[in-house]
Design a protein around this ligand. Sequence first.
Ligand code: FES
Length: 165
Amino acid sequence: MLNTKNEILNTKYEILNTNWEPKIIAFCCLYCAFAAADLAGAMRLQYPHNIRIIKLPCTGKLDLLHILESFHQGIDGVFIAGCLEGNCHFLEGNLRAKKRVEYAKKLLAEIGIEKERLEMYNLSSAMGGKFAEISKEMVERIKKLGPNPIKMSRYKTTEHTEGIE
Ligand code: FES
């Protein structure tokens, strides 16, 4: 019976992996990265649909909890995009964000989530092309890493085992 259950689960994982597309959140500063994303759109530069942008007034507003909760909710990758260093409209918001991202990477590694799933970038509002490039790079990186391990462990232990004897 246990073998059958495992076989069904393995098949389900294969199906999941075949159809799987990474979900990525981009926390973007309104003044630079969000404007760059907007510019990429205006320039008709294509970037992957996997990216969901969350606008922030400054990356300094980003809380450690926003990052951790994203992964807890099953998001596969997160990137933070702020102004170029020295150009933050709130002076040091992007430097504070950089420290939080480094700290979050350590916490993620401690709980078994690859720190490469999280990254910080610095952009100016004129870097539409760079925004598209970063988005593609993150999608490729996360595809290589596979689904968020938290999501997979939930998949293995909860709803998808129901009804399987
Ligand atoms: Fe853009 Fe602070 S205003 S990172």
